[in-house]
Design a protein around this ligand. Sequence first.
Ligand code: TXA
Ligand code: MG
Length: 318
Amino acid sequence: MNQKQTVTLRPDEDGIAAAAQLLRSGECVAFPTETVYGLGADACNDTAVAGIYAAKGRPSFNPLIIHVDCMETARRYCDFTPDAERLAQAFWPGALTLVLPLKAESGISKLVTAGLDTVAVRVPDHAVGQALLAAFGGPVAAPSANPSGRISPTTMQHVLAGLDRKIAAVVDGGACGVGLESTIIGCTGAPVLMRAGGLPVEAVEACLGRRLMTEEDPSAPKSPGQLLSHYAPRGRVRLDVTAPDDGEVLLGFGEVDGAPLNLSPSGDLTEAASGLFAALHQLDNMGAERIAVAPIPDHGLGRAINDRLRRAAAPRGD
Ligand code: TXA
Ligand code: MG
């Protein structure tokens, strides 16, 4: 599986049909969603799912999200609690993943759920991703299409930079609009925020009419995949910096001086989210060894951006 050329496919009918066929034959195919590129495989095929873990070098205790074309398809694999029903109606297709009770006889590979009795599911809001899921006709397991622990990809070029020759194909859908992974809400009991992401937490709370539990809450179920060091560029990262040290490259936000890259000169969090991973990739390409990041407000999408940046700054043990 390692030496094969990775085919790039156009997002037209032929390209999507070819991608669906590769998925049916058990191959891994990267495809665009509105959040980030996913590395897809047939969620009911153990060997195919193992291919995702192999290509990414992903720790096997970390379960995967299944992607489906619509809520009716999702119902074949999991049960919707009333809160989940309400959230799915409000936000699907979109940047929301729900962790729900897995149906018995769902057929989903245990490698997807890491043996849990729950499954994470979402319906992406992207014409190409949707077309691929509809053409494939079943659930596609897909983590972000990057080597484990590295920066998530928001373009086909990012995917190839990390996974060329490790996966069968990538479908080109241009740059992802949202630019951050989905928000994950555990919905097996009282709703729990498991990962801040592309859908602001405030929107989820407004829809439910109450505050979400967080994983710090002792009674909340935990998401096994939230490894602290993650989303890492090669350079060391320091956060909340107003005055960079000598030798640091400043990643700006809002009106700051001396930043060769700025996530949003006007201070717009949506723009900053959509360009965050691309900026981290670009800092890698520039060979930046020490990266200083300007302060970013911790509300709305800023919460998800700061979560990703804290992981990028976490000690790596390397
Ligand atoms: O936007 C996204 O969510 C992207 C695109 C490709 O859809 N996907 C993505 O997947 O970010 P991934 O695998 O990188 O993140 C999945 C997260 C992990 O942190 C994992 O631990 C958690 O979801 N997760 C998956 N299944 C779970 C479960 N049954 N219970 C709790 N957490 C789960
Ligand atoms: Mg990821």
